[in-house]
Design a protein around this ligand. Sequence first.
Ligand code: NAG
Ligand code: NAG
Ligand code: NAG
Ligand code: NAG
Ligand code: NAG
Ligand code: NAG
Ligand code: NAG
Ligand code: NAG
Length: 777
Amino acid sequence: MRPLTLLGLLCLGTSATTSPFWYESINHNGINPTITNGHNWTVFRNVKDYGAIGDGIADDTAAIQRAIATGDSTGNRESGWFGSTGQPAVVYFPSGTYLVKSTIRSAIGTVIMGNPTDRPVIRAAADFSGTYLLFGRDRQRSGLVGFYHGIKNLVLDSTLVPATKGIALLEWSVSQGTQLSNVAFKMPVGSTHVGLLTAGMCSGLIMNDLEFQGGGTGILLTATQYHLKSISFKDVKTGIKFSSLVQGTGQGLRFENCDVGIDAAAAMVGMFSLIDSSATNTSTLLTAATITNSSFAGSLVLENVQVDSSTVKTANTTLLTGSISPDESWIRGNTYSPSSSNPQLLSAGQRIKTTRPLPLIISNTTYSYPTIPPPTYAEYTLSQIINIKDVSSHPVKGDGVTDDTANIQAILTSYSQSNTSTSAKDTAFYFPHGIYILTDTLYLPPGTRMIGEALTQLSASGEKFMDADKPRAMMQVGKPGEVGVAQLSDFVFTVADILPGVVSVEVNMRGEKVGDVGIWNCHFRVGGARGSKTRTACANPQTCLAARLSLHLTPSSSAYIENTWSWTADHDLDGGTGTVYPGTAAGFLIEAQHGTWILGSGVEHHVLYQINIHNAKNVFIGLQEGESAYWQGPGNKLLAPKPWAKSLLPSDPDFSWCAPDSEMCRMGLYQIITNSTDLNIYSSGFWNFVAGPNRAMCATDCQESAALYGSDNKRMHIYGFSTINNKNLIVEGSAGKGNTSRVGDVLAVATREANSGQMVDGLFKTAIVAAYLRYST
Ligand SMILES: *[C@@H]1O[C@H](CO)[C@@H](O)[C@H](O)[C@H]1NC(C)=O
Ligand SMILES: *[C@@H]1O[C@H](CO)[C@@H](O)[C@H](O)[C@H]1NC(C)=O
Ligand SMILES: *[C@@H]1O[C@H](CO)[C@@H](O)[C@H](O)[C@H]1NC(C)=O
Ligand SMILES: *[C@@H]1O[C@H](CO)[C@@H](O)[C@H](O)[C@H]1NC(C)=O
Ligand SMILES: *[C@@H]1O[C@H](CO)[C@@H](O)[C@H](O)[C@H]1NC(C)=O
Ligand SMILES: *[C@@H]1O[C@H](CO)[C@@H](O)[C@H](O)[C@H]1NC(C)=O
Ligand SMILES: *[C@@H]1O[C@H](CO)[C@@H](O)[C@H](O)[C@H]1NC(C)=O
Ligand SMILES: *[C@@H]1O[C@H](CO)[C@@H](O)[C@H](O)[C@H]1NC(C)=O
């Protein structure tokens, strides 16, 4: 144990008000089971143990870099010998000010993290040399494979640096499975400094709970998609500038004393939804490109946006002045009105009456959708945190080999809310990094809070999950009808073997309030990484029925889910070169009725569908990104619903509307929505980049249809729907699953031809629908 723990205890003794952050002083016994000598791998790295002083005077650059770069006896992390999942690390900053003189470089698998009760400051020295204070991704990997990075609970500060120096506080060209949360960016007012930028194309899902103060540009972004949630900009010249973005959502953005809130004027900005946001003393809230009738890039949706005098404009024209109230949407772009199958191009923007389902909003006075920061449990004392590996009566290993099911279950049960002997005091379970093998359903009773470390893995294994006809949950969040608290943060849910019957997470519980049942920064992974047979045994999806379903939100559940990526592997993250083609049946099945909030989600490469909303009610989605399986499409002969045709659930699409031999129709749908009501979805981005057994580049359409919507849905509001290389954006079937007696009985309503967007990289054809409101009444 580190000597600082003693200091922490002393502080506790002398000061009644400040208790140290539990994570700083808890026993750190995380391991990495998948590499040689990984039981000795150092996961937790307190920068002070590497020589950082944190007094704002000493130069801490080298010490911080040492904490990041330390590997093991075979080498240092910057040499990249450990793969993407082989080098988990938390580089931890106790409160203090850390002076830095040149760029700090992160590495893959690293979470750079401070004490949330008093966020540490990383400050660039006045004579700082370099372009970035913090280079947030791994230099050895492009941003498109920059997965599993994290930065949280910090202040990045350039206020000592001359105002005209070209400096950015953070380079953040990263992709899915990353987290940027609870960080303040402080820059000199009136300077040219940039808060965060992406130097190359990247594919992140969400950044959240950030503050930008001063500087020339807050966020400078080139990305496929993004959900920007709960971010404030004060005294920044331009809050956000998009160089390129196909599809995005801003939710809870606050601009104060800016020249421009959002600069979306570049021709490469496809579609942006701005909701529950405000601007004060900001002359232009948003600038957009001019819509032409060969490209609907520049499409917008604004809803519940309060401004004083700001405007929305193109280079030469003011499109909108004043606020947009909560019961209307201001829409610019191609719009499908109720009962019309031809889009109407609203190129100057138009207000349209709308509704938000009451169960989805915080109160009927603010009308905003709830946004919940990821929990840190910083308000808990050390004694309220149970290290799952330190309960001596129930030894848990997390070593990727031992079956930990029974002991974890016994520990969770003994602390559960219903156990009256312990319920007086809330607890949270800390799972040190490792791989925890579960051979049967782990039941999370009400009162369960679990937090991982640098994406702790919970991995299913064994006979119980092998029956494709009897899907079984690896984790069951409550029993149907149970009400209480169940929270999961910083985990990867995965499989150790080929498991045709596994449902990774099934949620049945709902809470007293939004966020009681919640999942933050948790990701699903099937294949493509160390620690699983699916890494090496899945060259053929026909024989590798790797998993059934990632996430099942059952009718009785109500959950808030923020920052989640369900990835069935398309390549090997850890350096193997073989073909990786696991066949996972499906991504998210949403049957929930009582309120579901999904912010920043990516669901990729599942055979039947990515997200299925079936018999559901009250669903909010802030941003959903999807890709079908790369092996599907032109040239592929394993046509959906194969290889799952014999084990379809009633909720599964059967593809009966497709011709029997249609390679482009029989591909995983991005989305299917049937018999559902009260749905508000703000950004959908569904991409086909490569397709078929040889992964040919999609220079033209690679898939027939992205989404299938039933004509039995009601009060369904679809805003901002974009595709890349997809012939039809939206088709409709009578009962949503086509007409089983007649091939071709779906109606192609929104086609790419009718909704053409911008070209990306001169190769990928985007299409954009601003609003699809055919079933909104
Ligand atoms: C881990 O380190 C300890 C001492 O530092 C050593 O005795 C042990 O052999 C090491 N274990 C492995 C698996 O390398
Ligand atoms: C309004 O914002 C400008 C910067 O855009 C600033 O100079 C001015 O002081 C602000 N006014 C108020 C009243 O805050
Ligand atoms: C599209 O362009 C054509 C030819 O320039 C023009 O006739 C037509 O009015 C335009 N349509 C719209 C909706 O702007
Ligand atoms: C905007 O105005 C500028 C200067 O008058 C002009 O050159 C440009 O063509 C105009 N742009 C559009 C899209 O009308
Ligand atoms: C808002 O909610 C309150 C309490 O549920 C209710 O009394 C009131 O009628 C509602 N107002 C509107 C406009 O729905
Ligand atoms: C309730 O908690 C106590 C203390 O942790 C434990 O001894 C007991 O077994 C628990 N009861 C149940 C039913 O799990
Ligand atoms: C439609 O969904 C509701 C639940 O909202 C369910 O009760 C009903 O049975 C479903 N109808 C069909 C035809 O499946
Ligand atoms: C399917 O199509 C047949 C033939 O057109 C029609 O009679 C039948 O009503 C349709 N079924 C449904 C469920 O729409």
